[in-house]
Design a protein around this ligand. Structure first.
Ligand code: GRF
Length: 215
C-alpha cells in the first residue's frame, strides 16, 4: 500500500468538506493523514470538528497582520514545517498571494461552487439564480495565482429546479462536494492522478476534460 497522502486543510467556517475528508479517512475510503487543520477564523466550527477527531489545529487570524504578505509568510512558514503532500482549501476565505502559491506550486487544491470557468468569486448561487441558469455545479481545481483559476481536475453538474433558492443550491452542491473531494484526494494518493510540470495526468494521460467522478 502507498504511504498515506499527507494534507494540511485550510478552512474559515463550517468545515463540512473537512468533515467529509475526515470521515473518508476514518472509514478507510481515503488513505490520507491530515497533518493540520488551519483556520484564519478562530470561531470556525471546522476547528471543533477537527478537535473532536484529535487533529492538530492552528489559528492564524489575518487581523493580527498588517498585510497579506505578512499573513501569507507566517502561513507559509508553518506549512513548510509540516511539509504536506497537498494543501487542501476547503472553504478558506482568504486569497493567497502569488509568493505563497509559488512556494507550494501544483500542491494546492481548491473546491469551488460553480462550473468553472463560469462564476468565479463569491456568491455563486445567488448569481446563477439571478441569471436564470438551468444548471450549476462544483469544481475542484489546482490553485494558481489567479482567483478560482488553474486547471480543473474534476467537475460535477446538477440541475437548478423551478423554485430552488440559495439554500437549495447550497444543499445540492454540498452533497456533491462531500463525495468529490475525498475521491479526488484518493486518486492523488493512488497516483492515478498526478501533476507533472503543472499538467494534470489521469492514468498517465493528459487530462483534456475535467473528470466526472460521480454517477
Ligand atoms: C463550499 O461550498 C466550497 O465550495 C466553498 O466554500 C464552502 C465551504 O463549505 N469553497 P464548508 O466550510 O466545507 O462547509
Amino acid at each position: 500500500m502507498n504511504k498515506p497522502l499527507t494534507l494540511a486543510v485550510l478552512i474559515s467556517g463550517n468545515g463540512s468538506n473537512l468533515q467529509a475528508i475526515i470521515d473518508a479517512i476514518e472509514n478507510g475510503e481515503l488513505h490520507a493523514e491530515i497533518k493540520a487543520v488551519i483556520s484564519n477564523n478562530r470561531e470556525a466550527y471546522g476547528l471543533v470538528r477537527a478537535s473532536k477527531h484529535g487533529l492538530h489545529t492552528w489559528v492564524i487570524d489575518h487581523r493580527d497582520y498588517s498585510g497579506r504578505e505578512q499573513f501569507d509568510h507566517v502561513l507559509q512558514h508553518y506549512i513548510e514545517q509540516i511539509n504536506p503532500d497537498f494543501i487542501v482549501l476547503a472553504g478558506f476565505m482568504r486569497i493567497l498571494g502569488s509568493a505563497f502559491i509559488r512556494a507550494f506550486e501544483h500542491r494546492i487544491l481548491n473546491i469551488h461552487p460553480s462550473l468553472l470557468p463560469d462564476y468565479k468569486g463569491l456568491n455563486t448561487h445567488r448569481r446563477v439564480l439571478d441569471n436564470g441558469e438551468s444548471e450549476h455545479g462544483v469544481s475542484i481545481h489546482l490553485v494558481t495565482a489567479e482567483l478560482d483559476d488553474g486547471p480543473v481536475i474534476a467537475q460535477e453538474r446538477y440541475l437548478i429546479e423551478p423554485g430552488d433558492d440559495v439554500t437549495d443550491l447550497e444543499r445540492k452542491g454540498h452533497a456533491i462536494e462531500h463525495r468529490m473531494y475525498p475521491q479526488v484526494l484518493s486518486l492523488l494518493c493512488d497516483n492515478r492522478l498526478t501533476v507533472e510540470g503543472g499538467r494534470l495526468l489521469y492514468e498517465k494521460t493528459p487530462l483534456e476534460q475535467p473528470l466526472r467522478l460521480l454517477n
